[in-house]
Structures are given as structure tokens and as C-alpha cells.
Design a protein around this ligand. Structure first.
Ligand SMILES: Nc1nc2c(c(=O)[nH]1)N[C@H]1C(S)=C(S)[C@@H](COP(=O)(O)O)O[C@H]1N2
Ligand SMILES: [Mo]
Length: 234
């Protein structure tokens, strides 16, 4: 009888001690893939509207990363522009910030069906390519990222120039967070999300119109026009 009470007391006191020593979570549950954690940079305020349209808050925007978030250091980052150019260049993050910055209101549409509306700010790809001087033979722009070194994706040079395609250094007025592609994401308007390359370190000018990036090599359409076929048609 005595022994039994000792056991019961031990269990009660033991449970109490364990409960007290278990740290109480101070943060919310781990965010799911679609709710990236956004750490605000001091002094930056997220825009909630642009050109009379409500923006999707970053906390509600989707996030896709085939090999997880890539962490790129701002101070050592270099963007190389090479291939069919007059003189290859290597640009710092500050070089990108020093170019004329343009803001656009554009929806990102993932081919999986989710989308969001954001304000994107950054220089045009044209202004970056001009620094290297594009050779007339160049037809295709290939983006190399830290998660896909053989070339993540590509966009036709004509599309890049005619549509004044920008790179997004900022989204809703906030510096692009690491999980969203820091230092930038290609704002490939009118194309499905898989063309919106993130974590880019090299831009290659090429005459190869048959280049296939990561998703394209798995059968996704190289045109990737929103409303058009998601997969290769032949
Ligand atoms: N380097 C790289 N870029 C990428 C991806 C990726 O996995 N790696 N995912 C793409 C896909 S499928 C989509 S829908 C968009 C999503 O952008 P977001 O995660 O910033 O919302 O990024 C695209 N860019
Ligand atoms: Mo996507």
C-alpha cells in the first residue's frame, strides 16, 4: 500500500516538474510552405496598395522552392552577365540598386493554380544587359540560379526587351526576403510562375532557342504563357 502511494506521488510530481521545464513556445507554429516567414528590415514598410489596387500581403503570398530557400550574401553577391556579349560584366547588389528602378503591378500565377498580386520594383533586364553589350546573334536569355546550376530557366530576348521585363529587388516596397529569391526574382509578367527565376547569379546570352530549364526539361511548356498550355504540346 505504502509503495503504491510512493509510485503515484512520484508520477504526479514528476509530471509537474516536466510540465514546468518544457519551454512554452514563444512563436507561432512553424509556417507552412505557403506562408513564408517575413522578417522586416528596419525602416521598410510594406505597401498595401498600388495604382488603386489592393496588394496581397507577403504573409499570404505563395512560395515555391524546389531545393529549399537559397541564402545569398548581399556583400559578396555578384551577378555575372556573359555568353554572347561584347564584354562580360560582374555586378554587385549596389550596382543593381543604382540602376533606374521601375515599379509594376503584376500577378504571379503558379501553374499549380495559386496566385497573388504584388508591387514589384527593380531595374529592367535591358538596363543590365546593356552594361555587357548584347551581340546581334543573341536570341535567348538563360538564368542560372544557386539551386539549379545547369540553368534554371530562360526567356526569349525579344520578350525581355519588348515587355520591359524587370527584376524584382523589392516586393510591396520590401527588400525581397531570402525565401522569395534574394537578391531578386525575374518578374516574367504574362508567364507562369516557373519562369520567374529566383536566386540568380549568372545571366547568359545565347543563340540556343532549344534551351530547356529545370521545369521545362520535365515537360513544362517553354512559352509558359498564362492561359496557354502548361505542358509541351509536341
Ligand atoms: N531558382 C528558382 N526559382 C524559382 C523556383 C525555384 O524552385 N527555384 N520556383 C518557381 C515557381 S514554380 C514559382 S510559382 C515561383 C514562385 O515564386 P515565390 O515563391 O516567390 O512566390 O518561383 C519560381 N522561381
Ligand atoms: Mo510554380
Amino acid at each position: 500500500m505504502k509503495k503504491r502511494w510512493l509510485v503515484i506521488y512520484t508520477i504526479i510530481i514528476g509530471t509537474f516538474l516536466l510540465a514546468c521545464s518544457t519551454p512554452v513556445p514563444t512563436t507561432s507554429p512553424a509556417p507552412s510552405l505557403n506562408t513564408p516567414s517575413v522578417e522586416a528590415i528596419p525602416g521598410e514598410v510594406e505597401a498595401s496598395e498600388f495604382m488603386g489596387k489592393a496588394l496581397t500581403p507577403l504573409s499570404l503570398q505563395g512560395n515555391n522552392a524546389l531545393r529549399g530557400t537559397q541564402t545569398i550574401d548581399r556583400s559578396t553577391y555578384r551577378l555575372t552577365v556573359n555568353g554572347l556579349v561584347e564584354n562580360p560584366v560582374s555586378l554587385t547588389y549596389e550596382d543593381l540598386l543604382a540602376l533606374p528602378q521601375i515599379s509594376k503591378l503584376i500577378d504571379l500565377n503558379c501553374v499549380e493554380g495559386w496566385n497573388f498580386t504584388a508591387k514589384w520594383t527593380g531595374p529592367t533586364l535591358k538596363s543590365i544587359l546593356e552594361k555587357a553589350g548584347v551581340k546581334p546573334e543573341a536570341k535567348n536569355v538563360i538564368f542560372y540560379s544557386t539551386d539549379v546550376e545547369k540553368g534554371y530557366s530562360s526567356l526569349l530576348l525579344d520578350y525581355v526587351i519588348e515587355k520591359d521585363i524587370i527584376i524584382g529587388l523589392k516586393i510591396n516596397d520590401l527588400t525581397l526576403p531570402p525565401e522569395r529569391g534574394f537578391p531578386f526574382q525575374v518578374v516574367a509578367e504574362s508567364k507562369y510562375g516557373y519562369k520567374w527565376a529566383k536566386w540568380i547569379t549568372v545571366i547568359e546570352l545565347s543563340d540556343n532557342l532549344n534551351f530547356e530549364g529545370y521545369w521545362e526539361s520535365y515537360g513544362y511548356n517553354n512559352d509558359a504563357n498564362i492561359g496557354g498550355p502548361a505542358f509541351k504540346t509536341r
